[in-house]
Structures are given as C-alpha cells and as structure tokens.
Design a protein around this ligand. Sequence first.
Ligand code: EPZ
Length: 416
Amino acid sequence: MDCIEIEGGVQLHGHVRVSGAKNAALPIMASLLLTTGATRLRNVPRVRDVVTFGQVLQALGAKMSFDASELVIDTSAIDRYEAPYDLVKTMRASFLVLGPLLARYGQARVSLPGGCAIGARPVNLHLKGLQALGARLELTQGYVHGYADQLRGTAIVLPSATVTGTENIMMAAVLAKGTTIIDNAAREPEVVDLAESLTQMGARVTGVGSSCISIEGVPRLQPAAHDIIPDRIEAGTFLVAGAMTGGDVTIDHCLPVHLGALLDHLRATGAAVEVGDDWVRVIGSERAYPLDLATAPYPGFPTDMQAQMMALLSRANGRSIISETVFENRYMHAAELSRMGAEIHLEGADAIVMGVPQLHGAPVMATDLRASASLILAGLAAQGITTVSRVYHLDRGYEQIEAKLAALGAKIRRLP
Ligand code: EPZ
C-alpha cells in the first residue's frame, strides 16, 4: 500500500487548477442509464471512485473509455440490472444506479451499501422516495430488489436533506408519468449540476438549488455532452493548505460562489481572501485565530471540509469548538492529529480543539477520504517528517494531490 511522505514547514506559493467534482461526476454517470447511446463527459476527475463507478456501469453492460479528463459512456448494450455487493461495498455512491434502473428498465437488484468509517449511512430516505413514485422494493439478503411498471409523479417531503437521496429520487422522477415535487431537497452544487445535465438530456427540472424541486416527467431522454463543475472540496482543501502554511495560493478555474461558507470561515481565522470570477486567492496569516464552526447542509459549512479545518484550527491561537451535525462518526482524524501534537477533546458531536503553537511530523494513518486530506495538510504545516499510510483513501477523491502540492512548493512524495 502506498504512503505519502511530507517534510513540513514550507510556505506554499503559486497557482493550482482543481479537477472536476467527484460528487457531481458520480450521479451524472448514473444518470446515463436513463438514455440509450454514447455520452461524452468532460472535466471528469481521474480518481478511484470514478473508475469504480465505471466498473459498476460496465457490469450492467455499458461500454466506457476514459481519456485524460474525458469520459465516454455508451449505454446501448445495457442488458443487466444488478449492482453487485463487491462493488457497492467499496463505493456507496453505486447505490445511485437504483433510481435510473427502475425508471428506464423497470427493474433493479442493487446491494445495500452498508455503513462506512464516518457513519451508518442509512438509505431509508432513498427507498421511501422511490416507493412513493410507485416502485415495489423488497429487501432480501442485503440487496434491494426493485420493480416498477411505470413510475408516477407525486409529492415527496424529505425529513432531512440527503444529497444522494435527492439525486436518486430526481433520476427516477424524470421518466415518471406526471409531476414530482421534492420538498426539503438537498441544495448542493453537485445536485444542481446533475439537474443541469438531465435538462440537457431533455428532462424538465425546475427549482433545483432551492429546497423545493419540481420535475415534469418526459417519455425519454437523449444523450447530451456535459462539462462537470470544478470540485469545491478540492478547492477548499488547497485554500486551507495555503492558509495553514502562511503561504499565498490561488485556485484557478473554480466557482467561488460554491465556496461562500468556507471563505467566510477562512477570513474569520485571519487569512486574507481575494475572489475573482473563476479564481480565489488565499494569503495565510502568521497564526490562525480560533473559531467555532458547525457543519450543515449546503449552503452551510460543508461536512467534507470539517477535517481540513480541524487541522488548521489545531495550530490556532486559542480554543475552537467544532460541531459535526451531519455524520455521527466523522472525527477519526482527531486521534491521528493528536499524534502530531494537536490537543483535541471529543465530546459527542463536538470537538474541542486547543490550538498549539506547533505540530510535529509523525507516522499517521488515513481512515477515510477527508481525514486523509487533513493529515496531509497537518504534515505540510508540521515541523519534521510526516508519513501518511493507507493513502488509497485519498486517491478515491483527489487527483494527483501530491503533484499539485509539489507544484506549490511542498516537499512531498509518494512511497510505494
Ligand atoms: C453525499 O453523501 C456525499 N457523497 C458525501 O461526500 C457528503 O459528505 C454528504 O453528501 C453530505 O454533504 C456523494 O455525493 C457521493 P447524505 P450522502 O445522504 O448523500 C442521513 C465525500 O467525502 N441519511 O446527504 O450519502 C445520513 O446518515 C463524501 O466525498 C439518512 O438518514 O450524504 C447523514 O447523517 C463523504 N437516510 C445525513 O442524512 C438516508 O436515506 C446526510 O447524508 C440518507 C441519508
């Protein structure tokens, strides 16, 4: 298993271009099951989750070619409707094929995703929404067996905002007979990008980006090329890297409008932040101010940036309180940061971070995607050498992160 070695203490300087958003690419790949033919997706990140999702689609009979950041998927030969456990267990987003398979083929056999490091991750709201549209779902031996002659539009109220739940239901509703209203829908930019891609294919979706989405079912959709939006979490990760090292980093070709909550919090820690049409620049301060933050569904502070901010706040000049309100076990990185000298005390959903003047390099272990990013960031700012093991977690969602950081001056290398 690869690990990444970092010699900390270097201020990062320069420009970096982020890849396309993993969490937009995955649902949009699933949506291609709603059409027959070849679709070209551009600005697709070369990350492990995209390759895994491609394997799920190929297991259904799709053909795929992935050249640089351009993905072509042909669904003309789809003739199987099962997403197997061995693929779904490695990547829960595979569950997103359920809605499209039911809408387009009237049948699906998809493994329940099970939990992961950050929480139980139930999918009850996905199932409830699909049943409301008329799907018949049976749960046996860890699989969802779904059947639907013709889905029918209906009003669905989601008790809590679920990102992939909204996406699964939306992809089923676009081919349903009649109108579907999804109330308390997720507002994440990745949900908006999926809706835009569906609209280019001929779907009738309005209100996306708000918490009330309306979908007018249509008989069929046509393949349509789509450019994936830039990855706001990757952009946020590099901005925190610039702030933490007291450097000066500009993210090119991003969408600042997707970064509002993060930029507000970075400014509150004392970093200088400049914003352009498609770029953001951060200039780190000598030492961050502490702050209290609570994660929330978009447009609140993103849970996917919580671990990265904890790394930054672990060196702040005072006490910070972090509240993780979205997932029940997303503090696995705290123990590893403590190995580097951070002083973090967990109390239920809260993490109390007493800032220390310096972190020290140490061997640490990645446990999940964003935890591994926070350990890389801590290593960049720490004195000495940090070795992060199990970086396969990192490779799920970051494309060539060590090359991008090295281009900003970081002393970082991947060891086999
Ligand atoms: C998406 O996961 C993202 N993944 C996650 O990114 C992200 O952390 C999360 O949204 C929150 O923003 C993808 O888009 C592929 P949720 P998702 O359904 O959709 C509860 C990363 O790092 N819930 O919005 O699975 C759930 O337990 C990953 O890239 C139910 O109770 O998240 C959680 O507490 C990690 N029942 C809350 O809702 C359901 O049926 C939010 O989960 C569904 C969710």
